[in-house]
Write a protein that binds this ligand. Structure first.
Ligand code: URA
Length: 444
């Protein structure tokens, strides 16, 4: 690394709106990773980027440097039978897409090492969901990860400490300096981890709406455009779909309840038009990007077949077993996933049709039940959550509840029920919800 830069000069340049050179960005990320640049200077840099933004060229340099700040997974191509594909979501409530999409794409010839996260705020985390499966090892060592990928074609696991360590430090500092909501910094944070996973192609699910981290469609579009441009600039083929998070995705929100719903989706006993559309649309993008299908329509047909003929479910079973879970989970899910001691239906305060949901509020009702964290150190309760959650345009009354609450105690159940009622607006007239896929963003 050249020693000719001073952190304060780089911060000053960004503060004054100058475009940083690749060498300046690389040097700064080096200091961020080895700790030679202090928290104060990293915080000042993040705030300067927050106000001044970054050009696409600067974002590519930041993302690539962060991706190379730790281990970059290199896959032995002779042992991998297909393109390395992944999907990343900006997070939502009831978003169990990863659980079914990884095995579905694996059954169509993709290889999916999916690095997922824990719950953040009101949104659930894929890892917390998977950890409700007894024995499931979400932090496998490299040998177990490779064995799972070879046996199932997919492995949904957590981030290891050596993957993009610069992001871990920068994210922690952003979290306490009001600099999380910066599109260049979010872009670099998400993509550095994806580039470090050694992928061939990525599809992004960028959510908007009351349950999303970017509430407006315009904000989600800006983020999607940034991610697609920077990923392509860094050599990773990427497309993005903007999907609606003004409703819970599927009918369940929690941990074990979402694993159960995913297994029911894979075995064909559960379907939901919005959930199906999100899974199949994202999966189609992955198959086309990986050259496993010539176009989106044929890709969708392949995915539907892999669900119908049981091959996707078979991949899921193999993945669970290879990562230490029960090999007969799919045959006896309820036996392994457990049940909450208290279940109560939540009826609306008035009958009618659901006009809108504050999905953040619905997510917080799951957190109140113990299904998410109030503090980083909290353990997540696997069995609590919501099922049979109704969506926009559906009728609710004294016989059709808004949802069913699964709780540890009557007191918790009633507290969550009150939070849920407060999050739903019921009106006299039915209405038709908008399409769940709002837009596609791609370079070509
Ligand atoms: N997810 C990430 O990994 N990083 C961000 O900055 C925001 C969401």
């Amino acid at each position: 690394m050249p020693a000719s830069f001073l952190p304060q000069e780089i911060i000053r340049a960004k503060r004054d709106g100058r475009e940083l050179s690749d060498a300046e960005v690389e040097w700064f990320v080096h200091g961020l990773t080895d700790g030679s640049i202090g928290d104060d200077q990293v915080a000042a840099f993040a705030m300067a980027v927050f106000f001044r933004g970054m050009s696409i060229r600067e974002r590519v340099a930041l993302t690539s440097s962060m991706a190379h700040s730790g281990t970059v997974l290199s896959w032995e191509r002779s042992t991998i039978d297909g393109p390395l594909l992944d999907k990343h979501s900006t997070g939502g409530v009831g978003d169990k897409v990863s659980l079914v999409l990884a095995p579905l794409v694996a059954a169509c010839g993709g290889v999916v090492p999916m690095i997922s996260g824990r719950g953040l705020g009101h949104t659930g985390g894929t890892l917390d969901k998977l950890e409700s499966i007894p024995g499931y090892d979400a932090q496998p060592d490299a040998a177990r990860l490779r064995a799972a990928v070879q046996s199932a074609g997919c492995a949904v696991i957590g981030q290891t400490d050596d993957l993009a360590p610069a992001d871990r430090r920068l994210y922690a500092i952003r979290d306490v300096t009001a600099t999380v909501e910066s599109i260049p910094l979010i872009t670099a944070s998400i993509l550095s981890k994806k580039l470090a996973a050694g992928l061939d192609a990525l599809v992004m699910d960028v959510k908007f709406g009351s349950g999303a981290f970017m509430e407006t469609l315009d904000g989600a579009f800006d983020l999607a455009e940034s991610i697609v441009a920077v990923a392509e600039g860094a050599g990773l083929r990427t497309t993005a779909l903007l999907t609606d998070m003004n409703q819970v995705l599927g009918r369940a929100a929690g941990n074990a309840v979402e694993v159960l719903e995913s297994i029911e989706w894979l075995t064909g006993s559960f379907s939901d038009a919005r959930f199906d559309d999100v899974v199949l649309s994202l999966g189609s993008e992955m198959l086309v990007s990986g050259s496993l299908a010539p176009d989106l329509a044929s890709a969708r047909t392949m995915l539907e077949r892999a669900r119908r003929d049981g091959s996707a479910c078979e991949r899921f079973s193999r993945m669970v077993a290879a990562l230490g879970g029960p090999s007969d989970l799919v045959e006896r899910p309820r036996q392994y996933l457990g049940e909450a001691p208290v279940t109560i239906p939540v009826h609306p305060t008035r009958e009618g049709y659901i006009e809108s949901l504050d999905v953040r509020g619905v997510g917080m009702s799951v957190v109140l039940l113990g299904g998410g964290r109030r503090r980083v150190s909290d353990a997540v309760d696997p069995v609590v959550g919501l099922t049979e959650v109704r969506g926009v345009g559906e009728r609710v009354d004294s016989s059709t509840p808004l949802a069913v609450v699964h709780a540890r105690s009557q007191a918790d159940a009633h507290q969550a029920a009150d939070a849920l009622r407060a999050a739903v607006r019921v009106v006299d007239q039915p209405m038709t919800p908008g399409s769940v896929i709002a837009r596609r963003v791609a370079r070509r």
